[in-house]
Design a protein. Structure first.
Length: 506
């Protein structure tokens, strides 16, 4: 019986012996290995009682086995729930409690620190998976043999839940169906012209929509291959560009880091056919510098966890610096008045709304929140502000919420502020994003101290380290006697951003 997305991947595999994944250590996986390895893990999951619709939560470092686990979940009918590797046990406790997975897979060395969180959430099975083909889940899978009878799943059935950060309260689980993921990846295969001849430099994390779905689903459905790097590594990436890679997908930080490398030249990139950027705004300046250095125009696209990819600059034609391109085939994009939802005239700035087979099924166990983020005619309210120019290019001009995007990761200020405000000696705080040459934005905290017992900058950061993932930690903590507020009592973050705009200027 077919499991929709997995079935599509299996059917489109060019040949069983073709390599689809390669690591810097020289481990290679063919499409046949994908099928056999995911079958073994699917057996192990089923042996742990996983049935259709069960969640399998996963916080593991990037490895080919993590991909086998993702595919195994699709085949076992489970809902794959990847978690950022930087999340602390306190954060994991919330996700496990909210998602109630049947199985939680973590890194072997973290198991002890996470058992309590899993116990409180009532998780039946805690398994481990390391990056050296080790861990209890692979041990269990290793004893399994034979075909796995895939659990039937249709386009509308859930394939994954990815948690987004919440602007108020806690994270929301975005529910993505097999059809959401398959339709978007197939569209990207065509739009970006991926074929089995492609080899993608994959240095993105795989707990996020960009690395997991945009990069991986697209390459798997194209029958291409991936150089699987644990993290951003400019030296290695430049070597791979001269050793068979044809494409790269990255966040803007990848491009600024590579630009800082003297080895980035026209010669070094001459075999590459495509550079894609997304997840955060790519500065027009970076786009132009890249073209000057390499002769390649970066193709910028726009999407989000909830919607997969929405718009893309064209493969042929102008890839406009600062623009995120045109709505993808089958995706409708419109700009509306954020308050009323009324469509705006071409060129006017407003809320970006999207509709299409790419748009998610709603937030896990949050029907009211889901309803409030959709219009009556089915358009999803993205929270991004933008405009469409006379040629039809979409531009993102800002974010409705005060989201900070640092190195491609989203940080919602409220989460950091709540932790700072809880510290002794703190009256209140405001967390903003300040332009940063390396990270796009640097998380920056402005703290109003109490007269006595106020912590200093180092102490604030040290206190947060145990509570928050590293990427959420403020790069700087500044002190002020009060925060600027408007007549309604709202903190004026725009004003703070203006005041501290030069903080990270080199
Ligand atoms: P995430 O759900 O983590 O993928 O974050 C999605 C958000 O990232 C979007 O709502 C946008 O605010 C932002 N984003 C993604 N791609 C771009 C882009 N190319 N330019 C500007 N912002 C982007």
């Amino acid at each position: 019986m077919p499991a929709y997305l997995y079935d599509l991947i299996a059917r489109r595999a060019p040949s069983p012996s073709k390599v689809c994944l390669e690591t810097p250590e020289g481990r290679k996986l063919t499409f046949a290995d994908l099928a056999a390895g995911s079958a073994r893990i699917a057996h192990a999951l089923a042996a742990r009682g996983v049935v259709a619709g069960d969640r399998v939560a996963v916080q593991v470092d990037k490895s080919p086995d993590a991909i086998l686990l993702y595919l195994a979940c699709l085949r076992a009918g489970a809902v794959f729930l990847p978690l950022n590797t930087a999340y602390t046990p306190a954060e994991i406790e919330y996700f496990l409690g909210d998602a109630e997975p049947r199985v939680f897979v973590c890194e072997p060395q973290k198991k002890d620190s996470l058992l309590e969180a899993a116990r409180k959430a009532g998780v039946a099975h805690v398994e481990t998976m390391g990056v050296r083909e080790d861990g209890s889940l692979l041990d269990a899978a290793g004893t399994q043999t034979g075909e796995f009878a895939d659990v039937e799943r249709g386009a509308d059935d859930l394939a994954a839940i990815l948690y987004t950060s919440g602007t108020t309260g806690r994270s929301k689980g975005a529910m993505l169906s097999h059809g959401n993921l398959a339709s978007n990846a197939l569209t990207l295969v065509d739009y970006w012209r991926f074929t089995e001849k492609d080899a993608l430099i994959h240095a993105l994390p795989i707990y996020h929509t960009h690395g997991l779905f945009v990069a991986m689903n697209t390459l798997l459905l194209a029958g291409g291959s991936m150089f699987f790097l644990p993290k951003l590594d400019p030296d290695l990436m430049l070597q791979l560009m001269q050793r068979g890679a044809t494409a790269m997908m990255g966040v803007p930080t990848f491009y600024t880091r590579l630009l800082a490398h003297p080895g980035l030249t026209k010669e070094a990139t001459k075999n590459m056919r495509l550079f894609v950027s997304g997840s955060a705004p790519l500065l027009a300046e970076t786009h132009r510098e890249w073209t000057a250095r390499t002769g390649h125009a970066i193709l910028e696209r726009y999407g989000m966890t909830e919607t997969n990819m929405n718009t893309s600059n064209p493969y042929d034609g102008d890839r406009v610096p600062g623009a995120v391109g045109f709505p993808l085939p089958g995706v409708s994009v419109r700009i509306t008045d954020p308050e009323t939802g009324a469509p705006l005239k071409q060129g006017e700035i407003g809320m970006i709304e999207v509709k299409g087979p790419n748009v998610f099924k709603g937030y896990w166990r949050m029907p009211e929140k889901t309803a409030s983020e959709f219009r009556a005619d089915g358009f999803f309210i993205t929270g991004d502000l933008g405009k469409i120019d006379e040629r039809g290019y979409v531009f993102i001009v800002g974010r409705d919420k005060d989201l900070v995007i640092t190195g491609g990761f989203n940080v919602y200020p409220i989460e950091v502020e709540t932790e700072i405000d809880a510290l002794a000696g703190v009256v209140e705080s405001a967390v903003i994003g300040v332009p940063h040459p390396d990270f796009g934005e640097g998380v920056t905290a402005i703290v109003v101290p109490k007269k006595d017992g106020a912590p200093d900058e180092k102490q604030v950061i040290a206190a947060l380290e145990a509570r928050l993932a590293k990427f959420k930690l403020p790069k700087r903590v500044l002190f002020a006697s009060e925060l600027p507020r408007n007549a309604m009592g709202k903190v004026q973050k725009a004003e703070l951003r203006k005041t501290h705009g030069d903080l990270y200027k080199k």
